[in-house]
Design a protein around this ligand. Structure first.
Ligand code: URA
Length: 434
């Protein structure tokens, strides 16, 4: 087969066969198709898309470009959750322990933050000693021991995506629904799951800002999961406003602990519970939504979910004392408060600019190679619907360097809109796609 011929066909909106796609992905993985050729193909797909058969073949070829995990010898049902990413989205951290204590095995593989969105691995690594880079034997040992493992993607899983994602990042071809959905789903399908719940975000702080594109992405991913025999559902959730109050790393761990103690903010608790309900329903651990919710709430009330989290932290080399007492998590001790300049109701608290400001403080990375400062972050104190006076604190920034604080403050200048009237409430969870 000839890469140029396939690129030209897709460029002209033609169709590729399954064999051609398999050949292309295999040849790209073993370096016989060059980066510049795959880059041209990614742009052709970005512009002309993939039909359903092509998408299935593309995902399948990516999935089999490396190892596929097999946990079939574990008795419990296996499930994971994936979020398309947002600001203040620490849901995986309380969700994992809550669902695990209900009897679901969770081999959770998470990612790092990039741009204005945070990543679960970065947050977990703010716990002193916690390791997310586990070799396959340790990954399995932790899963067997605790029923939950919170780790990064292994090197041998979907190597085609490792190469292709970097290429897309550098060639303006990330925001393509077939390329995003095959990238995410090939990695999730390689985890050997029975069930997968997706949290597809929409709004200013999300990948897909408009709901129609987010819905299309959700439907595409659910379709891929189901066609591979994995019970997949997606919740579409609002990411116009940061989720919870904390944006950063150590502060997001502290807020996750609040959820596990039953003291978390309502929006974060609600998204966590709803995703958990879906996981318990999909795996058959709970017969209906009401029972699922009760079980999840019980795991918080009786302390078992928090205990589970401490168990996992310890199994992955972290210090459980920092979970018991979040004051032991990293902190700079330097704070700056932003106050409202006018009175009224908060109508906008913009997730994207708050995420970018957090990144500028050092909580995120602009480029993959940037390092994270686990201690810095933003506590959001005023959210849509809140009434404020002149001088009411809108947010507190924890910072380390004055120059970075100044930059963050410049970005945050227009993050809050104060209006005379209270805004109409909008749904946090827009839809369930199944
Ligand atoms: N996350 C992924 O893993 N892949 C994409 O293409 C986009 C987000």
């Amino acid at each position: 087969m000839n890469a140029v011929e396939l690129i030209e066909r897709k460029r002209d909106a033609g169709t590729l066969t399954s064999d051609e796609i398999k050949w292309l992905i295999t040849s790209y993985t073993n370096d016989t198709v060059a980066d510049y050729q795959m880059s041209a193909m990614a742009m052709a797909i970005f512009l002309n898309g993939l039909n359903a058969e092509e998408l299935a073949a593309w995902t399948e070829a990516m999935l089999h470009s490396g190892d596929v995990l097999d946990f079939s010898d574990i008795d419990a049902p296996k499930a994971d959750k994936h979020s398309t990413g947002g600001v203040g989205d620490k849901v995986s951290i309380p969700l994992g322990p809550m669902v695990a204590v209900c009897g679901v095995a969770i081999p959770m593989m998470s990612g790092r933050g990039l741009g204005h969105t945070g990543g679960t691995l970065d947050k977990l690594e703010s716990i002193p000693g916690f390791t997310t880079g586990l070799d396959p034997a340790t990954f399995r040992k932790v899963l067997d021991k605790t029923g939950l493992v919170l780790a990064g993607q292994s090197e041998t899983l979907v190597p085609a995506d490792r190469k292709l994602y970097a290429l897309r990042d550098a060639s303006g071809t990330v925001a393509s629904i077939p390329l995003i959905s095959s990238s995410i789903m090939s990695k999730k399908l390689a985890e050997g799951l029975d069930a997968l719940v997706l949290d597809v975000k929409f709004g200013s702080g999300a990948f897909m800002t408009d709901t129609a594109r987010a819905r299309e992405l959700a439907e595409t991913m659910v379709g891929i999961g189901k066609s591979h025999g994995v019970d997949t559902v997606a919740l579409m959730t609002d990411m116009n406003t940061p989720l919870g109050r904390q944006v950063g790393n150590a502060n997001e761990i502290a807020e996750s602990i609040e959820v596990l103690r039953g003291e978390g903010p309502d929006d974060l608790t609600e998204v966590t519970l709803e995703l958990g309900v879906q996981m318990l329903l999909q795996t058959g651990v709970a017969p209906d939504a009401e029972t699922a919710r009760e079980r999840l709430n019980r795991s918080v009330e009786d302390g078992s979910a928090l205990e589970k989290f401490m168990e996992v932290v310890e199994a992955q080399g972290g210090d459980p004392a920092a979970i018991e007492n979040p004051d032991l998590l990293p902190s700079t001790g330097k704070h700056w408060t932003i106050e409202a300049k006018e009175a009224g109701f908060v109508s906008v608290c913009d997730a994207r600019s708050i995420g970018i400001a957090g990144m500028r403080l050092g909580a995120g990375r602009a480029r993959k190679e940037d390092t994270i400062d686990p201690a810095v972050g933003i506590t959001v104190l005023a959210k849509p619907g809140d009434e404020v006076e002149v001088g009411t604190p809108l947010a507190v920034l924890e910072y380390r360097h004055q120059a970075r604080l100044d930059e963050a403050l410049r970005i945050l200048e227009h993050s809050w809109t104060i209006s005379e009237e209270a805004p109409e409430p909008t749904p946090l969870i827009l839809d369930l796609i199944e």
